[in-house]
Every structure is written in C-alpha cells, then in structure tokens.
Design a protein around this ligand. Structure first.
Ligand code: ADP
Length: 553
C-alpha cells in the first residue's frame, strides 16, 4: 500500500509538472503570438497610410526592415517586395490573405515554412487604388516554441520529481503510520482517520462474532473433553491412516500406555502392538464393525471398533474400549457357582437316592430301616439348608430387587438370634452372651438376621466343648458395630482370606459333618455389602475367631 501511494504521488506530481509547464508555455506563446500579430497589423496600417500619402516610393525607405513588405497588384502580380526580386515572384492572387484583402479590405493567414519549426504570419490590406499591401513576420511555430522550452520542462520535472520523491516518501509514511499502528483487537479505541470508522466498526463486530464463536467452540470442546475424560471406557477417534485424532485418558490406561502420545497425529497402532487391537482397527478401517478381546496385565478389555463413513468412503474409525475384567470374573464365578451348586446338590441327593433304593430292594434289615431313614432325613435337611442358603444368596445378588428397609434395634435382633441358637449351643455346652444397649440401625431386618445367625451359628459350630460365644453391640464413630467372638478352633492363617468365598470350607468333611454348606460367610459378605457395612475377620488357630460388622451411621 505504501509503495502504491508513493508511486501514485510521484506520478501525479510528474503529470502535474509536465502539464503545467506545457500550459504555461502555451499561454506564453499565445500572448507572444498575439502581440506579434498586433505589431504586424499596426505596421501594415502604418505603411499603408504612408504609401497612400507618399506613393509607392515610400516603400524604398522600408527596404531594410526585418519584416517582409510586399505590394501586390489587384490581379495578384507582385509589384514590390523588400526581400526579393518582385519580377521573379509568382502571382499572389490565390494567397488567402490577399484574397480576403481584395474582397473584404483586410485579410490575414499563418503558414508554416518549409520546416515545422518556423511559421509566417501575413497581414494584407487593400489600398485605395485596388492594390494590396502585405506585411509578413516570421516567428517560431508552437512546436518550435515548445521544443525550445523542453529542456526547461525536463529540468523542472526532474527537480519536481526529486522534491516529490522526498515529500511523498515522508507523506506516505505519515499517512500509513496510523494505519499500521491500528489496534485491531480494540478497533473502537482507534481515532486515526474518520474515514476508517465504518471499517473499524465492522472489524469490531467481526471480532465480537469471532470471539463468540471461539467461546462456544471452546465450551463444546471442554464439554466433550469432560464427558470423555469422565468415561471409564476408553475412547479413540482415528483417521483412515490409523492416526489418532482424539482420545481420552481411559483409552491410554486400558491399552497399557504409560506416556501420552506427544501429539495426536501418531498412529494408534503404536499405542498397543497386540494382534487383537490391530485386527479391530484394520477391520473398522476396511468398513466392518470389529470386536476383539485384549488380555494384558491381568485385565481383560473388549475393543469395539466402528467405521466412520463419509460419502460412501471410510474416513476413520471410532474405537471404544471396555474393561470387562470384573464382568468376566463374575461370569467365571457364576459358572463356578453353578458347578458347585450342582455338585453340592448332587451329593445329598445321591445319598438319599442310594438309601431309598436299598430300602426299596428289601436289602435292609427291618431293624436298620430307622437308621437309614434317619440318614435320608439328615441328607434332606442338608438339602433344605443348602437350597435356603442359595436362595438367600441369589436374593442378595439381585441388585434391583426392592427390599424394604426399616429402623430396628440391632441388640434386640442379636438377642433374638442368640435365643434361637441356644438349644444347638447347649448340646456342646457352649454359652452365648449378648452385650450391648439399644442400637438402632436402618436396613433390611431379614438380611441382618440371616447375617447374625450365620456368624453366631459358625461361632457355635466351630467351638470347643463348653466354649463361649459373645455378641457385642456398640456405638462407634464409624457406626454401629456388632462383634461375634468365640473361643473355638479358629481358622488357619492361610484360609482367613478365603473363607468368604462361596462353598469354601477349611475342613470340608468336618464342615459337612456339622451341616455346613460353605455359603454362610458368603451371605454375610453380600449382606454387609448390601448395607454398606464393613466386615472384618480375625482368627487365631486353636484360640478362637472374631468377626466384626460395622453398619455406617
Ligand atoms: P459353613 O457353612 O461351612 O460354615 P461358612 O461360609 O459359614 O460355611 O464358613 C466357611 C468356612 O469358614 C467354614 O467351613 C469353616 O471352616 C470356617 N469358619 C467359619 N466361621 C468359623 C469360626 N467361627 N471358627 C472357625 N472356623 C470358621
């Protein structure tokens, strides 16, 4: 812009100088020409008067004058010329000025001489005797006049150009400087040129629109990031070259990546080199939805890759990664549980069926039948207990089952359970004591009853002769605690962590013998989880066991 203004200024100055020089020259020339013509006219009138008075002889006196004086007869014959031999001159009757003088009394004409540089002005008047007196003066032509001042014009133009260059550089800088220093971030604060006001207010409006668009884009980006970052599922968006366009932290964690990629445009395949991941990504980029399982670092992830289409072409892929470790473990547990349940149910049923078959075949002596019937009864009782436990457990497993919660006194419930177990305890001479004041908790009473019953029953079952079982209810900062302590056989250290597993029994035959199902502590664990209660177990082999439940306040 600066260059353009500068160039235009120079050009303008140059044109102005040339035109004004030409104009001055023309005006000057016109005035000179006019003066010269007037002089010629005056001289002609003067000579005419003299000739009219003194006769033709007067012309001899003006022979030496610089202007050419010619006397022409009415038929055009040259009678006298002060600069040439009249006789040798051709007839002047057709000359414009002569013709005009003969018809109108006076005439004039300007004719170029041989070269363009000179011209001659002729003025002719008719004398009383019919002759024509003509005076001619030679002057430079306009062209010659202009040519003569050309060096001056060039000189002045050069000086003007120099001055223009200096001034226009200075002026251009002055004009452009305020424009260059415009603060386009705050256009309304600029006061440089009034003419720029509409432009600046337009920029101001544009700035506001852009700022608004950036704000809303940023908000959308933040919203998207906070959604994806709060997802426990991994999320990757890839282009058709497998380069990452977007990802969340969970994706890196699930793919086992420790350092985030330096920039998003790295290949997703560099994040995880497993064949499964590659096959899922390749599948999606070739246009088919792919699912693969990734097993690494003891965890199992499901990778689901979907193609992204645009105009019938696969443009990229969206990969979602789910950590299904827990789900798989639960599935395994369920399978294991089903197998265990079948096994546990089959054992007493096989016994019952065996005893019944022997009795049916008449092999058993009549006096042995009560014993066999007793065995059948015991096995049936075991089956009933087992089925009850399984039903209780599955009731707890059904998370969406709505069980009615209520406020009840934990100490009163503990006393009730202890009362029910007293006959069984008495058989082994075990004494059950309940300590504690009224302590209300909120929960499902039947489940808490079942939990206390199982703990108390274990404390009785795995006790020694004349042992003790103490149930203590106390208020603690963390909530209401119930502790079941026994003086029984205790649990070996190696088994302490496993006794809450389904069907886990430290001594299988002993447990079976005393009617255990291996599900009691599992029910306690699930019941505690249902009530958000904490359960802990401390045991010393040969000394006894303490199980503690803390229900949150
Ligand atoms: P069970 O029906 O066999 O008692 P549980 O799940 O209640 O099953 O207990 C699992 C195992 O933990 C029992 O088989 C037993 O070996 C051990 N156990 C549980 N409670 C006690 C306790 N109070 N004293 C000693 N061992 C116990």
């Amino acid at each position: 812009m600066q260059k353009k203004i500068f160039k235009n200024m120079c050009l303008l100055a140059l044109v102005a100088v040339v035109l004004s020089s030409l104009l001055i020259a023309l005006v000057y020339y016109a005035s000179f020409d006019n003066r010269m013509k007037n002089e010629v006219r005056e001289e002609t009138q003067f000579v005419r008067n003299a000739v009219e008075l003194s006769g033709e002889e007067y012309l001899q006196t003006v022979a030496g004058t610089p202007n050419r004086i010619t006397l022409i007869d009415g038929d055009g014959t040259v009678l006298y010329d002060n600069q040439a031999e009249a006789a040798s001159m051709e007839n002047h009757g057709d000359r414009e000025e002569v013709r005009e003088a003969l018809t109108g009394g006076a005439g004039e004409a300007t004719r170029m001489s041989g070269t363009l540089s000179e011209q001659t002005f002729y003025y002719a008047v008719k004398l009383q005797n019919g002759q024509v007196l003509r005076v001619a003066a030679e002057t430079d032509s306009v062209f010659a006049a202009l040519l003569s001042i050309l060096p001056w014009i060039i000189g002045v133009a050069l000086v003007a150009a120099l001055v223009t260059v200096i001034f226009s550089r200075f002026l251009t800088k002055n004009i452009v400087a305020p424009i260059n220093s415009l603060d386009l971030d705050h256009p309304s604060e600029n006061t440089a040129y009034d003419e720029l006001a509409p432009l600046l207010s337009k920029i101001h409006r544009q700035n506001e629109v852009i700022a608004q668009q950036i704000r809303s884009l940023r908000e959308k980006q933040e919203e998207f990031t906070s959604i994806t970052e709060n997802m426990s599922e991994g999320f990757l968006v890839l282009d058709h070259n497998t380069d990452i366009l977007s990802y969340n932290t969970s994706a890196l964690r699930l793919l086992g990546v420790e350092d985030a990629p330096a920039d998003t445009h790295t290949s997703a395949l560099a994040l995880n080199r497993s064949a499964g991941f590659r096959s899922a990504v390749d599948g999606a980029l070739s246009g088919t939805r792919s699912e693969q399982l990734l097993r690494q670092n003891g965890r199992c992830c499901q990778v689901m890759a979907n193609p992204v289409w645009r105009d019938g072409e696969v443009e990229g892929a969206v990969v979602v990664i789910l950590d299904i470790t827990e789900q798989e473990e639960r599935e395994n547990l369920r399978r294991e549980f089903t197998a265990n349940v079948s096994h546990e149910l089959k054992t007493p049923l096989t016994s019952i069926s065996g005893f019944a078959e022997i009795i049916q075949n008449g092999i058993v002596k009549p006096e042995d039948i009560p014993r066999f019937a007793g065995n059948i009864y015991v096995e049936s009782q075991r089956l009933i207990t087992l089925v009850d436990d399984i039903l209780n457990l599955s009731r707890l497993d059904e998370a969406d089952v709505q069980l009615e919660r209520e406020q009840f006194d934990l100490t009163a419930l503990a006393r009730d359970v202890a009362g029910r177990l007293k006959p069984a305890a008495k058989k082994n001479g075990v004494v059950i004591t309940v300590i504690g004041d009224k302590a209300e908790i909120n929960g499902v009473k039947s489940i808490v009853d079942e939990m206390i019953y199982n703990l108390c029953e274990n404390a009785v079952k795995y006790n020694r002769k004349n042992g003790r079982v103490t149930l203590t209810v106390s208020q603690e900062p963390a909530g209401t605690a119930l502790t079941v302590t026994d003086t029984g056989i205790g649990i070996p250290k190696a088994d302490v962590d496993r006794v809450f597993e389904r069907f886990y029994r430290v001594d299988k035959s002993h447990s079976k013998e005393i009617g255990g199902t291996g599900l009691g502590l599992s029910i306690v664990k699930h019941g505690a989880a249902f009530h958000n209660a904490k359960v802990s177990l401390n045991s010393t082999e040969g000394e006894g066991t303490t199980v503690r439940l803390v229900f949150p306040a």
